[in-house]
Design a protein around this ligand. Sequence first.
Ligand SMILES: [Cu+2]
Length: 474
Amino acid sequence: MVGASALAATLPPRTPLAEEAESADYTVRIGNGLVELSPDHIVSTTLYNGQFPGPLIRFKEGQRTVVDIYNDTDSPELVHWHGQMISSDVDGAAEEGSPFVPAHGMRRISFVPKPPGFRFYHTHVVPRADLNRGTYTGQAGPVYIEPKNESGAYDQEIFLVMKEFEPSFSRGGDMAMDMLAPGVPLKDLEETGAKADEAAKGTPKGYEVGYELFSINGKRLGANEPIHVKQGERVLFHVLNASATEIRSVALPGHVFRVVALDGNPVPTALDVPVLWLGTAERVSAIVEMNHPGVFVLGDLSDDDRSHGMGIVIEYAGHKGKPKWTKPKSFRWDYTQFGKAEAGIPPEADQTIEMLIVKHNAAANGFNLWTLNGEAFSMKTMKPRYTIEEGRRYRIKLRNASDDIHPLHLHRHSFELVSVGGKPTAGVIKDVVMLGGFQEIAFDFVADNPGRTLFHCHQQLHMDFGFMALFDYV
Ligand SMILES: [Cu+2]
């Protein structure tokens, strides 16, 4: 009888290949491919492992991991491990000194994943005017670092990746958004902003990006398989805003979200809220108690964006029919609500670094140019701006002289919010935080991960045109 064993006997003895000595735990393949957002909307973009979102990667806290990154495209690439405290050479930012993954080449990296919780991975190349590169593409995927001790008080765990496709430029189409609390616009910041506008008088508005297609987990609303739930279930949603430039919201009619973690870090006060707001690259982990049977749209508050796809259907067992959507009452997103009940006085910082953010309308070939204390980051020199010392606690105070909301991101470190719009707070640990128009915010970080460290606005257009600063350890 000719079976598998007989056939195997005819093969020469197997010699282990050199690369098998230590095989990678994960392989990420960067390549061009198609995403079927719906049967009549199939987009061509750059993907991880041929899919959007990229595969969910589950790391184990403290366990060294090896990742092979293959780049099948014609351009050098970078994979950034957002929210992790790893070394500069594997963090995936050229400004920090991480090598590129060469076009049609590969790079093997190794690191010890931390901290536990919901992180993500995405490209960190600078697309500037090229809407076929950077975070405008489909290069994003969720990461979950399993803690040594998992609480596990839920019945289902669902990852939701919100993402727009088919970007194009327009001239200053963006409306100023006003959904952050606490805080009111500060007079002196408005005046500084007005002065900068005055200097740019006569120029048309700088370019902004808009999108044609919207999706959750790579499908437009109605094209994705509904999320099936049962009455009484507790569903833990891990929501990621993988947008290149936009702020997103999430609501589920008849339900509330108990926010348990922000950017993967447990919050001191788990609070029920009707709406989640997420700046670019922010994550929210929230438990929804399924206690309102029916068929609903979980989606973005913007009618326009939802009707172009930004939603997913939630279907209770035994219920059918057209998914219901009702707009929730307006709700202001307040990070401090999730902080310690008594903020108290934050621990003294060893040094405060203040940065004033100014927009220079259309000053960079028609794009808005952003300066921090009068200086735009130079991609040519990539010169470190601030020198920090290991073990010290730094307070970063940002003052925003523009009407835009900025999702501020610090690489390779987590930070603790100490003041939002003038209100003191403590205990909220994040790696991205939204700063409201003409407002100020302060957060602390401990310099505990030596190496070059990038700070930037995560709005792709802002970071590409000046809004970055590099820290280096002494
Ligand atoms: Cu910004």
